[in-house]
Ligand binder design. Structure first.
Ligand code: 5AD
Ligand code: SF4
Length: 462
């Protein structure tokens, strides 16, 4: 009899990808996915450590799972509780001390060993921990077979880890040093995803544009080079990548934005602050003007490029003037969307020990002001496409019959009355309405032809 698996994912898109790969690793060992924790023989929380709130959520969820397990045990069933991801990596043994009822703690570089850990736990009848950074790459050990179909829009991790050591960030400690997958493995995975129905691939990495994977020619490939090769995959319609560091935006990548049609004109490029003093204290290795110049060059290559960013307010020592510089940068650049956070001190990072920590009330006040400005820009950006004809990739059925939900090239969600059109198709639509988080549209008949410059490339999936 097969056992049921429930994975709950917190945090970033890399975790979403990792959760899918954990399922891939477990399905050949007799597990199948369920969407209810109380129904599951194995529950895995794939956790995020980036801010304190995210990490604390894990412990409240673990308490809930423990009670669920007691109820299952009363019914004669059982439940194995596993914690994966960055909280598992950061806390390791500490987690087993705080929540000794957890059965398995596994870090982001070791989850290909889950089947083995489950066996070991059953054998020793005690909690097991694996937070190694093994020499073997998990990507070489994970099965190629997908446990669940990828969906129209799929993620593909090409790079992991970070060597930048921004002073606020736990990533270099939880995910380790930068490592890039070989281009051939990525191309092969892209072909499998497309063969299984994906039409859009988002290349993932903590610092994705630092990608330097080995090319089939034995030389390191840049992200731009990789994107150009992926664009040759016949039925792949759209390519995106996230998340990037301004320091690693190369000429080659800017060029790709200008020349590769399949590379979507939307870029998430975190800046964190508009004040040079803060950027320096954050060890960002770029100034506000560097960021402005990069954006200017990108927009020259691709004039309709829409931008997204991350911001931190209330970093230690942030003055009113520093914060005003962030607001000024936002005004100047104009973002289609953005994420903004109050600075959250993370154990073991340099900024946590810095003097002049900012009071929470001050952080909240600044966050509210920044978010009001960003929300206004997002609203204006969405309103700006009303009346335009845009290509929309249809990704899933909408709430009522005949409706489908897709995205514009600028990552805006669109509800389209597109009866009769298949998911996975890119259709031309007229945008009729904009709301705070989505657009409404109707198909344009007949569908206008899209430029297909990249389709003449050789079929890349033999
Ligand atoms: N406090 C607040 N925000 C943070 N981020 C990363 N670390 C912290 C922290 N300690 C934000 C950054 C990053 C995004 C993923 O999370 O803006 O780009
Ligand atoms: Fe963290 Fe900075 Fe690396 Fe991004 S670039 S993962 S913020 S250390």
């Amino acid at each position: 009899m097969s056992k049921k698996l429930f994975i709950k994912t917190y945090g970033c898109q890399m975790n979403v990808y990792d959760s899918a790969r954990m399922a891939d690793a477990l399905v050949p060992h007799g597990y199948r996915a369920t969407d209810r924790a109380d129904d599951a023989d194995l529950v895995i929380l794939n956790t995020c450590h980036i801010r304190e709130k995210a990490a604390e959520k894990v412990y409240s969820e673990l308490g809930r799972l423990r009670r669920l397990r007691e109820r299952r045990r009363a019914r004669g069933a059982d439940m194995v509780i596993g914690v994966a991801g960055c909280v598992a990596q950061a806390e390791g043994q500490e987690m087993l001390e705080r929540a000794p009822f957890v059965d398995i703690v596994v870090g982001p570089q070791a989850y290909h060993r889950l089947p083995e850990l489950l066996h070991r736990r059953a054998r020793v009848k005690a909690s097991v921990l694996d937070t190694d950074f093994p020499v073997e790459s998990k990507f070489d050990r994970l099965p190629e077979e997908l446990a669940t179909p990828p969906g129209i829009s799929a993620f593909l991790t090409v790079q992991e880890g970070c060597d930048k050591f921004c002073t606020f960030c736990v990533v270099p400690y939880t995910r380790g040093a930068e490592a890039s997958r070989p281009a051939a493995a990525i191309l092969a995975e892209a072909c499998r995803l497309v063969a299984a129905g994906a039409r859009e691939i988002t290349l993932l990495g903590q610092n994705v544009n630092a990608y330097r994977g080995e090319g089939p020619d034995g030389r390191p490939w840049s992200l731009g080079r990789l994107i150009r090769s992926l664009a040759e995959v016949e039925d792949l319609a759209r390519i995106r990548y996230t998340t990037s560091h301004p320091r690693d935006v190369s000429d080659d990548l800017i060029e790709a934005h200008g020349s590769v049609d399949k590379l979507m004109p939307f870029l998430h490029l975190p800046v964190q602050s508009g004040a040079d003093a803060m950027l320096q204290a954050m060890n960002r290795r770029h100034t506000a003007d560097d960021y402005r110049r990069i954006v200017e060059r990108l927009r020259r290559a691709r004039p309709d490029l829409a931008l997204s960013s991350d911001f931190i307010v209330g970093f230690p020592g942030e003055t009113d003037r520093d914060f005003a510089a962030t607001l000024a940068l936002v005004e100047e650049i104009g973002f289609a969307q953005a994420f903004s956070f109050k600075y959250s001190p993370r154990p073991g990072t340099p900024a946590a020990g810095m003097r002049r920590q900012i009071k929470d009330a001050q952080k909240s006040e600044r966050l509210a002001r920044l978010q009001a400005l960003l929300a206004e820009q997002a609203r204006a950006f969405n309103a700006g496409v009303v009346g335009q004809v845009l290509p929309v990739l249809l990704e899933r059925p909408g709430r009522h019959p005949g409706q489908q939900v897709g995205r514009t090239p600028y990552l805006q969600a669109v509800h389209v009355e597109a009866a009769g059109r298949g998911l996975g198709q890119t259709i031309e639509v007229l945008i009729t309405e904009s709301h705070s988080h989505s657009l409404a549209a109707v198909p344009v008949e007949p569908p206008a032809a899209r430029p297909g410059a990249n389709r003449r490339g050789m079929p890349a999936c033999a």
